[in-house]
Design a protein around this ligand. Structure first.
Ligand code: NAD
Length: 468
């Protein structure tokens, strides 16, 4: 079976074969620009544990580099390099002006106490500071599997302790709590972006017709693997804003199914109380942990980890569309098989770009030292009210109170973030779709997305004059 990095590189090679990029430049784009492998001791109780960790900066064509930090017992260099490379292409696709990076710490976050996680996070940050591998203009981490706003706050606190007087210090990391220089809408951003991406596909009649589906996401059935940050918001937003029916969910402890639809908000509450999704009222427990992957549904959303759909189980997949919320959930072998079979795969490199997009907005907020909407909101509201008054005066009619409030409202930070995210996901989809339609022999959204990314990154290198 191809490794994760080999899978990413094979997608890269496939896209490159449709382009005319000089081989030296291709190689420069393909390789990791800097890999920092570290081992550091952390005291747990009366003993020390030596922890293996990584930070990979895949591409320095634009700075800072950007990418999440993963806490998982499966972390290894191959995985972190693959994830960092995906970040480079993802940033290019979403027009986020950063190079790609990724961090990985080989620990099982589930087995650590809060204090132990804090120690690991702070020590990892110190290692990055020592080697100049973190900073607002250098490399900016964010959350990924096993990490969230709390870890990002510890990173900022550690960084600020060592960088007294650095005005832009809060921009050294994104995905922070809103009270710690974060931005409204970051926590939901990846899942919200996944929903926008799925909705875009279902707006393209010619595409969904090929798999026997009608346009529009409303009423479509969905199965989700992984109800963490990305999976839970994808499920919540798809059902509440898109009227999608979530019929199956897989978590660490097993899979559940309910043909009538699962109330995700209630399921999340149930899991918090019971520590498991199993036994959720109205649902039946499927025999095996991964069975939610194999249910007959319109949209399958793998939102846990890479490599979950592979040569060994690809023939069991019944979904018509696979929406890759996780990074690398479909291996290269499974990708070829499923694409040939006619399954539409919306690729990770586009679909989960919502997180880095809103991270970019957070970074902009931090370096400009002002909340989005703060300066113009009230002015906008006053202007809108004047327009409504003028309309009422000219027409002699009164605008309904609710309509008037809606029209007059100036944009808050959350409104600006959501609309910026929606715009990014729609524009990126259009670009990828246009490549897919125009380029002969491009049979998948993934290859089209990689072509889009490679053309932007290679243009950047060309304009730097490095590769004439
Ligand atoms: P998370 O840690 O918040 O959630 C992952 C969930 O998957 C957890 O609830 C975990 O219990 C579950 N899980 C683990 N193994 C499983 C299995 N075998 N079967 C079913 N469930 C399983 O992580 P996340 O941040 O939601 O990240 C998930 C994926 O999305 C990763 O591939 C990550 O790289 C990708 N991603 C995350 C972000 C982000 O903003 N957090 C952005 C882009 C991509």
């Amino acid at each position: 079976m191809a490794s994760f990095l080999e899978s990413v590189q094979s997608n890269f090679d496939k896209a490159a074969s449709h382009m005319n990029i000089p081989s030296g430049l291709l190689e420069q784009i393909r390789v990791s620009n800097a890999v920092y492998r570290m081992n550091f001791p952390v005291r747990f109780g009366n003993s020390y544990k030596v922890i293996e960790a990584y930070r990979v900066q895949h591409s320095h064509h634009r700075l800072p580099t950007k990418g999440g930090i993963r806490f998982s017992e499966h972390v290894n260099q191959n995985e972190v390099e693959a994830l960092a490379a995906l970040m480079t292409y993802k940033c290019a696709i979403a027009d986020v002006p950063f190079g790609g990076a990724k961090g990985g710490v080989k620990i099982n976050a589930r087995e650590l106490t809060e204090r132990q996680k804090e120690r690991v996070t702070r020590r990892y940050t110190m290692e990055l500071i020592k080697r100049n591998f973190i900073g607002p203009a250098i490399d900016v981490p964010a959350p990924d599997y096993g990490t969230g706003p709390k870890e990002m706050a510890w990173i900022l606190d550690t960084y600020s302790t060592f960088k007294i007087g650095e005005m832009n210090a809060p921009a050294c990391v994104t995905g922070k709590p809103v009270t710690q220089h974060g931005i409204r809408g970051r926590t939901e951003a990846t899942g919200r972006g996944v929903f926008y991406g799925i909705r875009e596909l279902f707006d393209r009649k010619n595409e969904v017709k090929n798999v026997g589906l009608t346009t529009g996401v409303a009423g479509k059935t969905m199965s989700i693997q992984g109800l963490g940050n990305v999976g839970s918001y994808t499920a919540l937003i798809s059902s509440s804003e898109g009227d999608v029916k979530v019929i199956a969910v897989a978590e660490y402890e097993g899979s559940i199914y309910d043909a009538k639809g699962i109330n995700i908000e209630a399921l999340l509450k149930y899991r918090k109380e019971h520590g498991s999704i199993l036994g959720f009222p109205g649902s039946k427990t499927l025999p095996n942990r991964d069975d939610a992957l194999y249910v007959d549904c319109d949209i399958l959303v793998p939102a846990a980890l890479e490599g979950v759909i592979h040569e060994g189980n690809m023939k069991k997949i019944k979904a018509k569309v696979i929406a890759e919320a996780a990074n690398g959930p479909v291996t290269a072998d499974a990708d070829s098989y499923l694409t040939k079979k006619g399954v539409i795969i919306i690729p990770d490199v586009y679909l989960n770009a919502g997180g880095v997009t809103v991270s970019y907005f957070e970074w902009l907020k931090n370096i400009s030292h002002v909340r989005f909407g703060r300066l113009e909101k009230r002015f906008q509201e006053q202007q809108n009210r004047e327009v409504i008054k003028l309309i009422e005066k000219i027409t002699g009619k009164t605008v309904d109170k609710r309509d008037s409030q809606f029209i007059a409202k100036g944009a808050d930070e959350i409104d600006i973030v959501r609309s910026g995210l929606e715009e990014t996901m729609i524009t990126a989809f259009e670009q990828i779709y246009s490549v897919k339609r125009k380029k002969k022999n491009v049979d998948s959204f993934r290859t089209a997305a990689f072509i889009n990314a490679l053309s932007k990154v290679s243009n950047d290198y060309m304009s730097l004059g490095i590769f004439p």
